[in-house]
Design a protein around this ligand. Structure first.
Ligand code: ADP
Length: 261
């Protein structure tokens, strides 16, 4: 039935037989589509009123003497900004989920993209004072969607900067690993307890809600990374030791590696 979606599983059945189990997931995938559309539409619709609010907040006179009003205005601006980045992240996520862009159509100059990312990380690092080192293979280009790969790599690097206590050490690698290409971000921050690792890429999942809220993230970053990687036939590997640090990495298959253009 072309209108139905099935999920199949094959299991051994006795010594000589296999059992094929087909599960009708039509309703589940319809609901999933509706959810995606809904999120995309709501995020889009929220953008306009928020832009108007932020715009007015910006042009309000700053010479207001009342410290209460000054404080309120500052807080409103900060929260409006937070909401804006949340909505942007939701839109990025929806776009990636809906993306049908073929990964083999474009060559991505990863070394140039990562050089740019290195500059952005340095800006973000001003208050943190980490020692950040990029180790980049200048000849390693891949097929893929540049905006998506940039978003995945920058989320991982910015997270390391955010979640490592000041004065930490962060190493970013882009190199061949066997036949594949490896991207890895290694920090010597607080690390993450094992019981959180499996859920880290879920939407809105955060280890320490109170602390993360202060750092201003949306809880969507790693979910974006996961979707980008699955679009590039890869997955995010996370290893972490509490008190020692974390490593976030992914491999791109040798089929994606290409000559410079
Ligand atoms: P957020 O917007 O909160 O940064 P992410 O999806 O990017 O959302 O990350 C989810 C959670 O994973 C973060 O809230 C943080 O608790 C944890 N995390 C991510 N990267 C690191 C890291 N390098 N070190 C420690 N914790 C991290």
């Amino acid at each position: 039935n072309p209108n139905k979606t099935f999920e199949y599983r094959i299991m051994p059945y006795g010594e000589e037989h296999l059992l094929l189990i087909a599960r009708d997931v039509t309703r589940v995938s319809q609901l999933e589509e509706m959810r995606k559309d809904f999120v995309a539409n709501v995020s889009h619709e929220l953008r306009t009123p928020l832009t108007v609010l932020s715009g007015y907040l910006e042009i309000l006179p700053e010479d207001e003497d009342n410290p209460m009003v000054q404080k309120a205005m500052k807080e409103m601006s900060a929260q409006a900004q937070r909401m804006q980045s949340l909505i942007e992240d939701l839109l990025v996520l929806s776009r990636i989920e809906a993306s049908s862009e073929r990964i083999y159509e474009n060559k991505v100059n990863m070394p140039a993209m990562l050089a740019q990312l290195e500059k952005e990380a340095a800006t973000l690092n001003v208050d943190k004072g980490h020692k950040i080192t990029f180790h980049i293979d200048p000849a390693l280009w891949v097929f893929g969607v540049e905006t998506e790969l940039r978003s995945a790599c920058s989320n991982l690097v910015f997270n390391a900067v955010h979640y490592t206590p000041p004065g930490g050490e962060i190493n970013v690698h882009w190199r061949r690993e066997g036949h594949d290409a490896l991207f890895a971000v290694i920090d010597n921050g607080d690390g993450i307890e094992q019981n959180h690792l499996a859920r880290l890429t879920e939407r809105f999942y955060r280890v320490d809600k109170a602390r993360s809220r202060k750092t201003g993230g949306s809880g969507l970053g790693l979910s974006i990374v996961k979707h980008v990687l699955s679009h590039h036939n890869s997955q995010l590997d996370i290893t972490s030791t509490v008190g020692e640090g974390s490593q976030f990495s992914f491999l791109l298959d040798e089929e994606l590696i290409t000559e410079k253009s």
